[in-house]
Design a protein around this ligand. Structure first.
Ligand SMILES: NC(=O)c1ccc[n+]([C@@H]2O[C@H](COP(=O)([O-])OP(=O)(O)OC[C@H]3O[C@@H](n4cnc5c(N)ncnc54)[C@H](O)[C@@H]3O)[C@@H](O)[C@H]2O)c1
Length: 94
């Protein structure tokens, strides 16, 4: 199955989405700056699924970091799940 980049991936919706995607055979890559979550979520996902997903600590507003993530991982689907303060596209992209 192809990879999926889950932004806000260690957050509430991102982590639950990750577990469901893994159960369905997908390979999620979690991207998060951990401003409102913890990397310990990765251990909890591993406890549930038996596999620890790939994790990129990066801020969505950091274009170079996002470029690196796309270069490192063969991602085909991009989802967005970040906190409400960043729901405004202009603000998110700086
Ligand atoms: N939880 C709900 O019931 C619910 C319901 C409807 C809509 N939503 C919306 O879904 C989105 C996610 O909700 P959630 O409950 O998972 O929130 P959450 O705070 O648990 O998860 C958001 C994640 O995004 C990360 N993040 C924030 N800004 C970032 C940035 N600039 N770069 C990288 N990572 C960043 C945070 O560290 C966090 O892990 C929000 O927009 C929320 O408004 C949530």
């Amino acid at each position: 199955m192809p990879s999926v980049l889950l932004t806000g991936g260690t957050g509430y919706i991102g982590s639950h989405t990750c577990v469901e995607l893994m159960a369905a055979g997908w390979t999620p890559i979690l991207l998060d700056n951990l401003c409102n979550s913890s990397a310990s979520v990765l251990d909890r996902i591993e406890a549930i699924t038996g596999r620890k997903p790939a994790f990129v600590r990066a801020d969505l507003r950091d274009a170079a970091a996002i470029d690196r993530a796309f270069t490192e991982f063969p991602v085909c689907i991009f989802t967005r799940s970040t906190i409400q303060e960043h729901d405004n596209r202009e603000e998110m992209l700086g």
